[in-house]
Design a protein around this ligand. Structure first.
Ligand code: PGA
Ligand code: MG
Length: 227
């Protein structure tokens, strides 16, 4: 594929900018211990992430991707998780190699960038700030900013509107099938990182426009906007 020159670029957070699973799995396991249930471990949490923290907790409680826990169990467990994650939001999480260089390069090339995540605002903003990434973005659309989250196109359409460009002139960079589905429905181009979380499946099977092993490869796929 030839290099493209999108008017704006939207970045996913978990699994794209930051490996947040170490903190999330710590909190899931502490919650499980506190309610007297078996811990789940990092590998399963990695596969259950991608549809917001509420869905992650539901999956952890039933031990599967699909089913729903009893409401009474969720009502007991979810507040415990929220309190734990509030205090363990960024301690163990790491920025992926190449991300800071990639974001700096985007800005020097004249790109306008924002973050679109399914993580609720109360966790997304402190995490981005703690890791020194917040100031790179014009704005952050979190999992609870719009009425719908990815894979629904609404957060991406909202971002395009705030950028004042058509969705078709934008690019989403993510790591999961939710990012691909949202981008396709909204009409954006979509690049995916191979190192992220995609429910244990190879992201190439979902056919993004491009797959990247590192943000340092962005230079191979994007034109400069400064001429
Ligand atoms: O909170 C999640 O489930 C994942 O969030 P993401 O959209 O940044 O990958
Ligand atoms: Mg993600």
């Amino acid at each position: 594929m030839d290099k493209i020159k999108p008017n704006f670029v939207l970045f996913d957070l978990d699994g794209t900018l930051i490996d947040s699973v170490p903190d999330l799995s710590f909190c899931v396991d502490e919650m499980m211990k506190q309610i007297g249930m078996p811990v789940r471990g990092e590998r399963l949490v990695r596969n259950w992430l991608g549809n917001g923290v509420q869905r992650l907790v539901e999956r952890a409680l039933v031990g599967s991707d699909e089913c729903m826990p009893a409401q009474e169990l969720m009502d007991r467990a979810y507040p415990i998780f929220l309190n734990l994650y509030k205090h363990n939001n960024s301690l163990r999480s790491c920025i992926y190699d190449g991300v800071v260089e990639g974001l700096k390069w985007m800005l020097t090339q004249g790109y306008r960038i924002a973050c679109v995540t399914n993580k609720p605002q109360t966790f997304a903003i402190p995490l981005l700030k703690d890791k020194g990434l917040y100031d790179y973005f014009e704005f952050v659309i979190s999992g609870d900013t719009c009425a719908e989250k990815k894979p629904h196109p609404m957060p991406l359409l909202n971002a395009a509107k705030r950028m004042n460009f058509t969705p078709q002139s934008g690019l989403m960079i993510g790591d999961s099938r939710s990012d691909i589905k949202a981008a396709r429905s909204a009409g954006l181009h979509i690049f995916c990182m191979t190192y992220g979380y995609n429910h244990g499946e190879d992201i190439r099977d979902y056919k993004p426009d491009i797959t990247l092993d590192s943000f340092t490869e962005l230079v191979n796929h994007l034109e400069t906007k400064i001429n």
